[in-house]
Design a protein around this ligand. Structure first.
Ligand SMILES: [Zn+2]
Length: 438
């Protein structure tokens, strides 16, 4: 792969040493950034990308996604509208995931990856479910990530809701497979949520996690029903139950946590467990508002995801900020925190999920970046970038996306994937999937 020289760029490095470079250059060699500055020395045969003053920033990271949910767009579940979260699972998600076949897994993934590339997202932590074709489904996803050119940390949603222990073997196999891999695709052990998991399945999970060193990726306390179920069936709150199986810790990723009590938050903080906030999904499911600021104050590494609602990460940060203000009735809070969760905390989460560091435009980092077709209308200087992020770049078109040193999109045209063909095939596939739902 020839070197790439990006020039004439307004560079937002997110590196404290030189946060903004108004007319800078970036040199990419192989999968890494090898120089950033006002003027860098490039090999003679380097491919030059003159970005004409556009904004270049690190590729965004999505800390919780469900690529398979792409086929929910435009779909109406049969029967009366779901009136609560359990009915949403029962009438929509558990019907849709069961209807997926291997082709559906492939195309629902590819269209979400296209949207990620189109919105400047280059790394995704995914949580997958397709119970009619569990075995091998993570290999299908791995292929789509490699074709698209993005980095993915994958897992299968283990649950006892259809067949006891469904997904255990798939997670174990895939974790061991990716341990020997190149780091582009890695794995966690996926669990749905404690309310669909027996003690036997959690014990089996714990044994595999202990053997492989993998953490779990699990929904916790998304709805009050999950806490009530844990207390009624197991006499313990969710985090205490998971902790008793040894499933907390710095490699584990807990999602949502809306109904956690103080003791559970403290346990998450003490064990160094990571968490992810998905504000748009929580609003859509009407499950409540995460105590995002409290979790951060307790020192929990809290990142941002989209939970399958979208692949647009700046939108998630913007909604996180607005939702906290609306909920708390305080116009002073959550702006900086929401941006830091996206730009800093997601990079720290990625550093625990992948071998390579990413999240800054700095020497030695993975060459993941997005060029936004955005001309600032007010000064874009150190200390002023976050306003541009949530109120300017949020609406801007991404012109070019580069991941792992490969140009995936240029002038808004996908290079790594045949977008037209994939979208046509996905529409056929979605219709066939919907046809299998009663
Ligand atoms: Zn989720």
């Amino acid at each position: 792969m020839a070197a790439i020289l990006i020039q004439n760029a307004l560079i937002v490095t997110l590196d404290d040493a030189q946060p903004i470079l108004p007319n800078g250059q970036i040199l990419i060699e192989g999968e890494r950034i090898t120089a950033v500055g006002a003027s860098v020395t490039a090999p003679k045969d380097a491919q030059v990308l003159d970005v004409n003053g556009m904004v270049v920033m690190p590729g965004l990271i999505n800390a919780h996604h469900h690529l398979y949910s792409s086929f929910a767009r435009g779909f109406s579940a049969p029967g009366a509208p779901a009136a609560n979260f359990i009915e949403i699972l029962d009438r929509l998600w558990w019907k849709l995931d069961l209807a997926l076949d291997p082709e559906g897994v492939r195309y629902s993934s590819l269209v979400a990856l296209i949207e990620a590339i189109r919105t400047g997202c280059t790394t995704i932590v995914d949580h997958h479910a397709s119970p009619a074709c569990t075995d091998g489904s993570l290999d299908i996803l791995e292929d789509t990530f490699r074709e698209a050119g993005l980095s993915g940390c994958l897992c299968y949603e283990t649950s006892d809701r259809n067949v006891k222990g469904d997904g255990v073997a798939e997670n174990a196999r895939f974790i061991r497979k990716t341990r020997k891999g190149d780091g582009q695709v890695t794995a966690l052990f996926g669990l749905h949520a404690q309310m669909t998991l027996s003690d036997e399945t959690l014990a089996e999970t714990a044994a595999i996690c202990q053997d492989t060193g993998a953490g779990v990726h699990v929904h916790v306390a998304e709805d009050l029903a999950d806490e009530e179920d844990s207390l009624a069936k197991h006499g313990a709150r969710i985090i205490q139950r998971l902790n008793a199986f040894g499933l907390t810790g710095p490699n584990s990723l807990f999602i949502h946590g809306i109904h956690l009590d103080e003791t559970e938050m403290d346990l998450i903080a003490e064990t160094g467990t990571m968490m992810v906030h998905n504000p748009e999904s929580n609003m859509n499911n009407a499950v409540g508002t995460q105590k995002m600021l409290t979790l951060l104050q307790k020192g929990i590494l809290l990142g941002l995801g989209t939970d399958g609602m979208t692949s647009h990460m700046i939108s998630s940060a913007r909604v996180a900020h607005l939702l906290q203000r609306a909920t708390l009735g305080d116009p002073r809070v959550a702006f900086v925190e929401a941006c830091e969760m996206l730009l800093e905390n997601n990079a720290k989460i990625a550093a625990r999920c992948f071998p390579e560091i990413r999240g800054q435009l700095a020497v030695g980092q993975l060459a993941d970046l997005a060029v936004f077709d955005y001309r600032p209308t007010t000064p874009l200087e150190p200390g002023r970038f976050l306003g541009h992020l949530l109120y300017g770049l949020n609406y801007a078109r991404v012109h070019t996306t580069i991941a792992r040193g490969r140009i995936l999109m240029r002038d808004s045209t996908l290079l790594s994937l045949d977008e037209q063909e994939i979208c046509a095939k996905a529409r056929e596939c979605a219709r066939a999937t919907w046809g299998r739902i009663q």
